[in-house]
Ligand binder design. Structure first.
Ligand code: PLP
Length: 371
């Protein structure tokens, strides 16, 4: 059988991820492989850890990148911190917190839900009330809910969780590198992310960081973690001073993450967050000028992912198809409870540039006029 050489369309990726990969990151991936136990590779791993600490705003020793996508970070966080029967509280207000709930159940936790309608956020008081009632060992929350476009404030949450001897687990998949995230200042215990959203690298790694408090809890486990591949203590021995083989690291992805994080450091986190905010503001203003309505109120609207209501007389899938076919622009439809009701527009990492926003707005105006 003979197929032609790989030839994919050049797309402008403005969906919920993957986002566009910076050319420097793409080039880094063409670097020849070295072994995963080569001292030169250990050097790169150390550099990636340093750059991740910068990006997470943490001094946590346990800071590394797991092989796998964002869901591997989520799975590792739940599998390692849940033992059968442990009370766990999940703050559920969207698709990804629902996934956390599902995973926690599979690992045998006694899972309680603190629920809000999709698109709303939790106050520290609401979390505290639920923590007092359920006495969980772990409280899990999504920082940037990619299914709704809501940004969950995290200031003050750790205090109420820690007062009751629980750990705070945060999904930062769509916030790391795209919007303010201060792991140490906000005293977060377990935080994971992914490479293909605001870090402008391909999907394939899940950065994760653990507070000392979390590491102590991990060490005190009574039962072995039921997933061998995502056992954080075993993986920690590869990334730590032991450098003990666990599995073959995805070498080219580590190259990519290193270059992506170098770009973060070069730009500076504050400037990067502001770039995302400016691009998002331009998008929001432009969408409203087109007569469209945004789903999330401005007070807690997420800059990296915007949800727009689909007008009642518009075929939402047709609009996305025209965007893709006529303009090479990818955006997404709604997930779960918001299926068919919103479009989801991502401005993440290298995608978060004004020229992309202006192009999308012009294309949308043209397509909506045609209908
Ligand atoms: C994308 C996403 C995930 C899942 O990540 P994958 O890389 O698709 O496995 C988890 N949480 C949030 C908030 C996300 O946006």
């Amino acid at each position: 059988m003979s197929y032609p050489e790989l030839n994919v369309p050049i797309r402008i990726l403005l969906g919920p991820g993957p986002s566009m990969v910076h050319p420097r990151v793409l080039r880094s991936m063409a670097t020849p492989l070295i072994g995963h136990l080569d001292p030169a590779f250990f050097q790169l791993m150390g550099e990636v850890q340093g750059l991740l600490r910068y990006t997470f705003k943490t001094t946590n020793l346990f800071t590394m990148a797991l092989a796998g996508t964002g869901s591997a970070g989520m799975e590792a966080s739940l599998a390692n911190f849940v033992e059968p029967g442990d009370p766990v509280l999940i703050c559920v207000n969207g698709y990804f917190s629902e996934r956390m709930y599902e995973m926690a159940k599979r690992y045998g936790a006694d899972v309680k839900r603190l629920e809000k309608p999709w698109g709303e956020i939790f106050s520290p008081d609401e979390v505290e009330k639920a923590v007092k009632e359920h006495r969980p060992k772990l409280v899990a929350i999504v920082h940037a809910e990619t299914s709704t476009g809501a940004l969950q404030p995290l200031e003050g949450l750790a205090d109420v969780v820690h007062q009751h001897d629980a750990l705070l687990l945060v999904d930062a998949v769509t916030s790391l590198g795209g919007t303010r995230l201060l792991v140490d200042e906000w005293d977060l215990d377990i935080v994971y992310s992914a490479t293909q959203k605001a870090l402008n690298a391909p999907p394939g790694l899940a950065p994760i960081t653990l507070s000392e408090r979390a590491v102590e809890v991990l060490k005190a486990r009574k039962t072995p973690v039921t997933t061998w591949y995502l056992d954080l203590q075993l993986i920690g021995q590869y990334w730590g001073i032991e450098r003990a083989y666990h599995h073959t690291a995805p070498i080219s992805m580590i190259y990519a993450l290193r270059e992506a994080l170098r770009l973060v450091e070069e730009e500076g986190l504050e400037r990067r967050w502001r770039r995302h905010e400016r691009a998002a503001q331009t998008l929001w203003d432009g969408l409203e000028a087109l007569g469209l309505e945004l789903y999330i109120p401005p007070e807690y609207r997420l800059p990296t992912l915007t949800t727009v209501k689909v007008p009642p007389d518009v075929n939402e899938r047709m609009v996305r198809r025209h965007l893709l076919e006529d303009y090479n622009v990818e955006i997404a439809g709604g997930l779960g409870a918001l299926k068919g009701r919103v479009w989801r527009i991502g401005l993440m990492g290298f995608s978060a540039r004004k020229e992309n926003v202006l192009m999308l707005l012009a294309a949308l105006e043209d397509i909506l006029k045609r209908k």
